[in-house]
Write a protein that binds this ligand. Structure first.
Ligand SMILES: Nc1ncnc2c1ncn2[C@@H]1O[C@H](COP(=O)(O)OP(=O)(O)O)[C@@H](O)[C@H]1O
Ligand SMILES: [Mg+2]
Length: 257
């Protein structure tokens, strides 16, 4: 494995589809497999940080200070130790970071430059939780990431909306094969509807090999988040599902992409 971390953004234009949930569980899953992981929370709602049990009272400096701050803040001062092998880099005032990025002439390079010191911190994976929609911050994240992991809620409107992600990539002049994994989320085992949507999803994505095994809809996943725990600490059944997603992420990397 190279010394530089592999950077995956968990992205979907839609909100409420499981981005933060997936980002946190991939990050923790990789950490439990023994990898050194940084979870970068780039969404203004800070759900990923909350799902790990951290609130704004727990951090002094954040990515905002690194990118927009008047004084020089070292990235290392923003990093919070979240779990064994897992650190968290929180953000605040993402709307102001977004404004700042409007002034950047090279949105494709801005995060490479601002986050350069991360490369020296020994992480093997950086997992980025993104906010929804097209924003300058997301433009920058898409350009920065080595790959995208896309959660899709198994609901008709969400499945159809996956086309918007391909359009966004095309508009950014990014290749569709930046998408490395599509994770169907909230499969309801009691209804046929989810299964049908799973079939429709297969038609929408470029390549079946990109599909991970679906994550079931389970109340315990939402409960764990509210308690600031991951399912690895709370619900064995969901833990196995996210462990399998994390292993898929490791195998993408292993295949040399
Ligand atoms: N598989 C699932 N089963 C049950 N609840 C889920 C599942 N995935 C996500 N959730 C819940 O759905 C809500 C939205 O998920 P979240 O990860 O915050 O989505 P996003 O980041 O895309 O807005 C959260 O309350 C989360 O706990
Ligand atoms: Mg979110």
């Amino acid at each position: 494995m190279s010394k530089k971390p592999v950077k995956y953004a968990v992205f979907n234009n839609k909100g409420g589809v499981g981005k933060s949930t997936l980002a946190v569980h991939i990050a923790h899953g990789l950490a439990l497999e023994g990898y050194k992981v940084l979870l970068l929370d780039m969404d203004g709602q800070n759900d990923a940080s909350l799902f790990l049990g951290f609130t704004s009272e727990d951090y002094k400096w954040t990515l905002y200070d690194v990118i927009c701050g008047r004084q020089r803040v070292d990235l290392r001062e923003c990093v919070i130790h979240a779990r064994n092998n897992l650190d968290l880099l929180p953000s605040t005032q993402v709307d102001l970071i977004n404004l700042e990025f409007y002034r950047e002439s090279r949105i494709d390079l801005v995060l490479n430059e601002k986050l350069k010191p991360l490369e020296e911190l020994g992480y093997q994976f950086v997992i980025i939780d993104c906010g929804p929609q097209r924003t300058k911050v997301n433009d920058a994240v898409l350009c920065y990431a080595d790959g995208l992991i896309v959660p899709v809620q198994l609901q008709a409107a969400s499945v159809r909306a996956i086309g918007n992600i391909y359009e966004y990539l095309a508009d950014m002049r990014l290749d569709a094969d930046l998408i490395k994994l599509v994770v169907p989320n909230m499969l309801d085992q009691r209804t046929n509807d989810s299964r049908e949507n799973m079939e429709i999803l297969k038609e929408f994505i470029a390549n079946d090999d990109l599909l991970a095994a679906p994550v079931f809809r389970r109340t315990k996943i939402a409960e764990a988040g509210k308690l600031g725990k991951t399912v690895f600490e709370y619900d064995n059944e969901s833990a196995q599902q996210f462990e399998s997603v994390a292993k898929r992420v490791i195998s993408i990397h292993g295949s040399g992409e």
